[in-house]
Design a protein around this ligand. Structure first.
Ligand code: DGJ
Length: 543
């Protein structure tokens, strides 16, 4: 009897040991309160300083090339795809070996993971679906165009496709539940850039039948609209219709995944211009673009947030995108942005808007570059541009995330026209100006000076948090930050500028800036520096 039980007891003891080695931590979650958002990781607010690998780096060897890049840029998180075709190459036969490889490599390199599920949609296409899905149009039908011809994109109206995708996604989530008790994976993105280009909805017989129906009651309640899709949405009706069905499909996939392991889940948008209502045939119809977020919110309650993929180099457009996705009901996160140097400065306005994460795309050394969207090559010039803001924030990452969850924050990037940017927080106006030396004023004529080397470059940004009535936390690079009383009649002054950091949640000063270091604004140029600025009014309170 004893000899029979011994191996079993040993197996149990070993299993218990393995489980104990993977200490369970609280599940990551998104918290939203009073218009502020926080991504909670290991029980405390967290800012994702991310980098996304190239699309085909979802294999052991190319993944290895990502870690030196991520380390060099001071990233704390990697975004990595896992493909339906690699998880379920044969129907019903699952292979999660890459997921284990990813967990092992990420843990060895001390990085958290955002997992990207490349399933039914990848930049709208079914390219990452397994061959048995791609090739079986009878069982997994494409959308039909208005002439009744097949479009390349799988229809969101097929429950067979949704159920097949969902089954595989649930296997991924089950694997995370069973093998990632320490939550190396902190967020999941079900699908990638959903929707359909050129054909705004499925014109199949079933598509036409549904399109003639009244809009769903939940959507009517959320938008205050009523009637059929055409009555409710006019010229945008085909796109609104497709958005509802794509979002409902993704919701079903996400919901089933969350029932297994309730990680935060988000969707990413291929953007179509920040200030125009997009042409329904020119945009990825169905995707979570800024102007259809109401539909996504109504159809996909299992999705925590929608996020912009930014490859637009025009600074005004980038800022508009950030503003459109930073909403009381939508935490801002930039899951993709070009990896060229000039995109790095938008990290600052992202976190200044309370952004929970930021991630340039193509951050590995697999030898692939997506120029003209990103950099021609990922050399030190590009990496350093991202490394500087990441290094600045990484030292106080938990503290910044906690502050941003409750206190007023703001951020700016040098605009294309180089104009000053300012904000009023409490009784102070804080102004960011660009391209200046650390000493002196631009309009001085009594002494000749060359322009600063970075004056003509698209670099520079800052973020500020108002810590109390009179204290501010300031960070940035290639920027001059000036404080002036919001009411010109006030006699405010900077009382002290402390450079320092937080230790165990408490501010620790390493030195006080004064004299040349404060006479011409606070000049944060080329190294990680965090400042606490204390202000005051010598003849009493501000007006
Ligand atoms: C956006 C997609 O989401 C990414 O996977 C990638 O294809 C980029 N576009 C282009 O490199």
């Amino acid at each position: 009897m004893l000899t029979k039980l011994a191996p079993l007891a040993l197996a149990c003891a070993l299993a218990a040991q393995t489980a104990a080695a993977q200490t369970a931590t609280p599940l990551p979650r998104l918290e939203s309160r009073d218009g502020h958002h926080a991504l909670i990781v290991d029980g405390a607010p967290f800012v994702m300083l991310g980098g996304q690998v190239n699309n085909s780096s979802n294999y052991a060897e190319p993944l290895k090339t990502a870690w030196p890049v991520l380390d060099a840029m001071h990233a704390n998180t990697v975004e990595v795809p896992i493909a339906w075709e690699q998880v379920e190459p044969v129907e019903g036969h699952y292979d999660l070996s890459f997921l284990q490889e990813l967990l092992d490599q990420a843990r060895a390199h001390d990085k958290r993971v955002v997992l990207l599920w490349f399933g039914t949609w990848k930049n709208t296409n079914p390219s990452y679906a397994p061959a048995w899905v791609k090739l079986n149009n009878a069982r997994f039908p494409r959308m039909k165009d208005p002439q009744g011809k097949d479009h390349g994109v799988l229809t969101p109206l097929s429950s067979a496709t949704m159920e097949a995708d969902r089954r595989a996604f649930v296997k991924v989530m089950e694997y995370l539940r069973d093998h990632d008790r320490q939550n190396t994976v902190i967020m999941v993105q079900p699908e990638n850039e959903t929707g359909s280009y050129r054909v705004p909805r499925d014109f199949s017989a079933e598509g036409n039948r549904l399109f003639a129906q009244p809009i769903p009651a939940v959507l009517a309640r959320k938008t205050g609209k009523s009637g059929t899709w055409t009555q409710a949405f006019g010229a945008q009706a085909p796109r609104a219709f497709n958005t509802w069905y794509v979002a409902s499909y993704v919701n079903a996939v996400a919901q089933a995944g969350k029932a297994v392991k309730a990680l935060p889940m988000y969707v990413n948008a291929a953007l179509a211009g920040p200030s125009n209502v997009p042409d329904p045939t020119g945009v990825a119809s169905g995707g979570p673009q800024w102007d259809v977020l109401e539909i996504w919110k109504a159809a996909a309650p299992a999705i925590d947030l929608a996020a912009p993929d930014i490859y637009d180099r025009a600074s005004g457009n980038v800022i508009q995108y950030l503003d459109k996705y930073a909403r009381p009901d939508n935490a801002l996160m930039v899951p993709e942005i070009g990896n060229a140097k000039e995109f790095a400065r938008f990290f600052w306005p992202t976190i200044g808007r309370g952004g929970i994460g930021f991630s340039p795309f193509g951050m590995d050394a697999s030898g692939y570059f997506n120029y003209p969207l990103g950099a021609r090559v990922l050399d030190h010039k590009e990496l350093d541009a991202f490394a500087l803001p990441y290094a600045t924030v990484s030292g106080i990452m938990r503290d910044w995330a906690k502050i941003a969850a409750t206190r007023p924050t703001w951020g700016a990037a040098k605009p294309d026209n180089g104009s000053d940017q300012s904000v009023t927080l409490g009784p102070w106006t804080i102004t960011a100006s660009w391209g200046q030396w650390q000493f002196g004023m631009k309009d001085w004529t009594w002494i000749k000076a060359d322009p600063a080397p970075w004056a003509s470059e698209p670099v520079g940004g800052m973020a500020v948090a108002q810590l109390s009535d009179h204290e501010y936390l300031v960070m940035g690079d290639h920027v001059r930050v000036s404080f002036s009383p919001a009411d010109k009649r006030d006699d405010g002054m900077i009382v002290s500028v402390e450079e320092g950091t937080f230790r165990d949640g408490k501010w620790v000063t390493s030195r006080v800036w004064n004299g040349d270091q404060t006479d011409y604004g606070l000049n944060l140029i080329d190294r990680p520096q965090v400042l606490k600025v204390t202000t005051g009014f010598y003849s009493g309170k501000p007006r």
